[in-house]
Design a protein around this ligand. Sequence first.
Ligand SMILES: Cc1cc2nc3c(=O)[nH]c(=O)nc-3n(C[C@H](O)[C@H](O)[C@H](O)COP(=O)(O)OP(=O)(O)OC[C@H]3O[C@@H](n4cnc5c(N)ncnc54)[C@H](O)[C@@H]3O)c2cc1C
Length: 481
Amino acid sequence: MAIRTGQQYLEAIAKPRDIRIDGEKVTNVVEDPRFSGGAQTMAEIFDLQHREDLIDKMTYEENGERYGLSHKMIKTREELEERKTMFKIWSDYSCGTFGRSPDYMNVYLMAMAAAADQFGEYSDNVRNYYKHIRDNDLSMTHTLVNPQVDRSKPVEQQDKDLAAKIVETNDEGIVIQGARMVSTLSAYADEILVVPSGIIQNNQEAFPYAFAFGIQTDAPGVIHVSRPSVVHQNEGHAMDYPMSGRFDETDAMIIFDNVLVPWERVFTHGDVTMCNEFYKRTNIGAHILDQSTVRSLAKAEFYRDLAYTIVNTTKTDGFINVQNLLAELMTSVEMVRSVIVAAHAEAKMVNGIMSPNAAPYAALRLRYPDMYQRMCEIIRTLGAGGLVAVPSYAEFESEHTKEFVDKYFQSANGDSRSRTKLFRLAYDASISSFAGRQQLYERYYSGDPVRAAAIMYNSADKEPGMARIWEFLDEYEKSLS
Ligand SMILES: Cc1cc2nc3c(=O)[nH]c(=O)nc-3n(C[C@H](O)[C@H](O)[C@H](O)COP(=O)(O)OP(=O)(O)OC[C@H]3O[C@@H](n4cnc5c(N)ncnc54)[C@H](O)[C@@H]3O)c2cc1C
């Protein structure tokens, strides 16, 4: 069976890799407390593919073999809906917080493979890599962005030469030296897809920065420099951080220290036009936004449902101001849901694949970061002092404190344990460093929304709109004379 079990996944990522964190070198993420919770979550989502009641929703069969549905080259609207169901099952599992569950990159690579002809002499490399990932059910991370050194200059004019670039081309492949940011999930991924973003200047000096390739996360010279973990390291009880402890997908800078990328893993190099037109030619955006909008729906539903539960326990749900906040969360859910309906209703074949219309997704992509900030703010507003006036869940096991916490932390309709559990969840979802990182993620995970908005404006055809304004005025003026 091509689909991996959680156990097979854990065995694969337990192999030594060069991961640096907190001044230490971690080789086995499955055993390290900063990474083990996320690794376990990854294993659990792989296991969902095998559940008897989910296997037909999560996977598809081809030539007697089962593959993850997000790898499928979908041809019909019906298959697009089926893929949405698959995305939703994985997203719901982490309440929408595991942004880079493997389906995100699976659809990315699927779209690349569907457009393989665009890669010229490397087209078979793209097709073979897609098959390699699909057939082995591997998980991928990706890195697009050059280090944040001096954003006022193009990469080849930087005073400090830190960005990943080709330093050698030889019989075996290309050699890469330098860094790329950010790689979410790199600690849990089998492979890194290193792909272009932004505009590369069309001059000789910029050519070494034009490339795309796939490499194993444990390849010699691949160094993951991870941010400090948001997993609480001295928690009193695991229930105190019900999200951070399980759903931190990690982020890292990737340093390529003279990494040899064999030719069969190179997808383009030195071709500035291909890199600058990478997303236009492959239509990757429509598919990754399909996944991430379904995930955004899962997240919006989770925050709405969390708010319902909080106000039910505090009996604040009868106040009109509280109802207004709840209605705001409800409208967020409905807006995200409607965007998916619109994108699917206007789906069409692109590169032989049934592709949602990316325009509604691009619009939501610009609004969602603020919507999500509000979701967190509403949870804080509704929870208020209760978010900090709950103890560690460990107090329920303390012989000194148990009798007090059992009595004084009750809600109107629940005991102290249930109220403490609920408010620790609300804290983790809206205030903790996990929640802060989630808010940053929603703003930037697929590029800078400020520049995306400018691109949207600049690429729109404004002429017909302006013409109708003048026509409206001219007609009215004429009618007056
Ligand atoms: C939590 C998180 C996870 C991520 N995961 C991944 C991942 O898995 N893979 C991946 O490839 N990337 C990932 N990213 C990186 C993401 O692609 C970048 O953060 C995003 O493209 C913005 O680039 P930057 O962070 O370098 O910001 P910058 O480009 O440095 O921008 C910083 C600020 O300066 C402004 N600015 C900079 N340059 C310009 C300009 N030319 N014009 C106008 N304004 C400008 C921006 O608007 C912004 O406000 C992740 C980011 C975050 C925060």
